[in-house]
Design a protein around this ligand. Structure first.
Ligand SMILES: [Zn+2]
Length: 144
């Protein structure tokens, strides 16, 4: 199932591979330990607080702020036809960090701290189906 995550992955199986189904359904999720309630993004199967291996996916806010970015000109295998592309690291309001490609609405010259949304995306069909997320521009609401 994890073979549908992003454009390429070296991981054939993962206990958190169900994140692909969540992304396909348009949900942005973290894992939550069903024993102690600790939440993690990126999702992890084994709780860092109580070591339990029981977890569930919970939808979290897509709101984040740009922490760092880089533009790739010499791409790794599988991304050669994407260059140049920009990757950003964001701090999620829900806790944790995510790394993803810039989406069409996020300017490459965005300042650090820019409010962004992490948006689930689906591309392709059948065996070529891929789920991932991109960073998109977010207008700041009055209530912050
Ligand atoms: Zn726990």
């Amino acid at each position: 199932m994890f073979d549908r995550f992003g454009m390429i992955t070296l991981t054939r199986f993962s206990k958190v591979g169900g994140i692909v189904d969540e992304l396909l359904a348009g949900r942005f999720v973290a894992s939550r330990c069903t024993r102690c309630g600790a939440r993690s993004f990126p999702p992890r199967a084994d709780c860092s607080e109580c070591r339990s291996g029981e977890f569930e996916f919970v939808e979290i806010s897509r709101r984040a702020r740009l922490l760092s970015y880089t533009t790739i000109h010499a791409a790794p295998t599988g991304f050669e036809d994407q260059v140049p592309y920009t990757l950003g690291v964001v701090e999620l309001e829900a806790g944790g960090r995510a790394m993803a490609c810039y989406g069409e609405t996020l300017p490459v010259d965005s300042e650090l701290g820019t409010p962004v949304s992490v948006v689930p995306c689906v591309r392709g069909k059948g065996d070529g189906l891929r789920a991932y997320y991109t960073l998109e521009r977010r207008e700041e609401e009055a209530d912050g």
